[in-house]
Design a protein around this ligand. Structure first.
Ligand SMILES: [Zn+2]
Length: 486
């Protein structure tokens, strides 16, 4: 399509379950627990993992020839290799390396990305500001239990003036905490940005440091100072180490492309992050498809609607300082003020995916009223539309938690305008009533009308005539505003 206007779109930083705590929300990304695991693991153990990963990687293609891996690090990379104390650049596959070479190549990649080796050079007790022999411990404060620790920062070693440890605290860190992760704080850039860039909601992020602290605490319960009798287990929403009873999860439980063996999943995630430069958003989408990593408590809060799948965007695109086409801004402001008008009473409620994984995937801006939502779709490839999602009291099925609709079944949004249907919702993992609309309560700004007309002509069944017919057949209010687009 030859669009006249440059449409803005949200860019994603994270894809993750979000716990709704009423006045605030806590994002609990799967990758924070996987990379946090790595950060909190002693280097000796990481060495052993890399060694076993290499052995497995060399054999699995013979064992499981049909598998395409979820995190694929099988291609050739330009690697920094140490041979006889000399540094060389070599194009090789990771499986061509021995464990020491892999560790070195990984440390170089980590340094390039985080400006420090510390993710690999520390780990375990040394990742924290703890000296266990001196009697240091992770602390618990007060009646409203807060887990507090200092986690070695990922990117700090060469900047001597910077704080070397991140101060991390998690309120409600236990499985039996009444409000789990009610507050999470860390000095890192990731946490700061999560809070600042979301002017319309109060966001807490479990960053990789908070993930590391929780992971460390759960593995070292005895080092927690002030632990009460009833505080038995740290809440880890995602398992990056598999409990004994799940060790028996075998191939037949796992779908094609997931993971031939779960023991190597954490290593795969770390290698893909640093060798492929895979984004947190992409890693989060993949990990949340794997049923066995979900903790039972996380499953239950998704089933009861306390947690749902959202997107943390890079920034709020309608910030006043952002240069946005004036006609698009006018349209947005009109839609926003209609929805937020007290007679309608919708409120902005974060971002989520519509048309996930299809070529029309869009990060939508959510407006919510009790259980109903209007989601505005801003996508550079088509003019803005809204998806109206109405609750129909359907329940989340246990298998729906981990699955999403096949991307092939998604239509172009202009192909389904004003045709209500029942559709699976990636955010709540429930079926809802679903309709794609163009707002009709006010005229679409003149500068945008040609683009709407072209999109309708190209995608709506029966083109412009088909669209006119559908509008009249539905007997929509204010239909002249829509007919003006034809
Ligand atoms: Zn952090």
């Amino acid at each position: 399509m030859n669009l006249k206007i440059k449409y803005p779109e949200f860019k994603a930083r994270r894809y993750s379950p979000v716990i709704d705590l009423g006045s605030s929300k806590t994002i609990i990304p799967a990758e924070s627990f996987f990379i946090g695991n790595f950060l909190a693991t002693p280097l000796t153990v990481i060495r052993d993992r890399l060694k076993k990963w290499l052995e497995f990687e060399k054999s699995y293609q013979e064992l499981y020839p049909d598998y395409s891996k979820l995190f694929d690090v099988s291609r050739r990379y330009t690697l920094t290799i140490k041979e006889d104390d000399n540094i060389h650049r070599r194009v090789k596959r990771l499986t061509d390396l021995n464990p020491r070479e892999l560790e070195f190549a990984l440390s170089q990649k980590i340094r390039a990305r985080e400006e420090s080796y510390s993710l690999l050079r520390t780990g375990g007790d040394k990742a924290f500001d703890l000296d266990i022999e001196r009697g240091d411990s992770v602390d618990i404060y007060g009646g409203n239990v807060v887990l507090v620790g200092m986690v070695k920062s990922k990117g700090d070693a060469r900047k001597a003036q910077q704080v070397r440890f991140k101060h991390v605290s998690v309120t409600g860190p236990f499985e039996n905490s009444k409000s789990k992760f009610r507050d999470v704080s860390c000095d890192c850039e990731d946490s700061r940005r999560a809070r600042e860039k979301q002017g319309y909601q109060d966001i807490r992020l479990v960053c990789t440091h908070a993930g590391a602290l929780l992971h460390y605490a759960s593995e070292n319960m005895r080092s927690i100072k002030g632990l009460r009798e009833k505080d038995t287990q740290i809440f880890l929403p995602f398992n990056s180490i598999f409990p004994q009873e799940r060790k028996n999860v075998k191939l037949e439980w796992i779908i094609q492309g997931e993971q031939p063996n779960l023991d190597y999943l954490t290593t795969d995630v770390v290698l893909s992050r640093y060798f492929n430069g895979e984004t947190f958003f992409s890693i989060g989408k993949k990990l949340t498809n794997i049923p066995v990593i979900y903790d039972k408590i996380l499953e239950s809060i998704i089933l009861d609607g306390t947690a749902s799948f959202e997107v943390l965007p890079e920034s709020y695109i309608f910030e006043r300082s952002n240069p946005i086409n004036p006609a698009v801004r006018t349209l947005f402001t009109q839609m926003e003020s209609r929805l937020e008008d007290h007679s309608k009473g919708y409120k902005k409620a974060g971002n989520c995916l519509e048309k996930r994984d299809s070529s029309y995937e869009t990060i939508a801006l959510i407006f919510k009223k009790i259980k109903d939502e209007v989601r505005l779709l801003f996508n550079r490839n088509f003019p803005p539309v809204a998806v109206v999602r109405k609750d129909i009291d359907s329940q989340v099925g246990i298998t729906d938690i981990y699955r999403y609709i096949d991307p092939e079944t998604h239509l172009h949004p202009f192909e389904e305008l004003f045709m209500p249907k029942i559709m699976f919702d990636d955010k709540t993992r429930k079926y809802t009533k679903y309709e794609v609309i163009i707002p009709s309560e006010f005229p679409i700004p003149a500068g945008l009308r040609d683009d709407y007309k072209e999109a309708i002509a190209k995608y709506f069944p029966g083109g412009i005539e088909g669209f006119r017919h559908q509008i009249q057949r539905r007997g929509l209010k204010n239909q002249t505003n829509l007919l003006d687009l034809t």
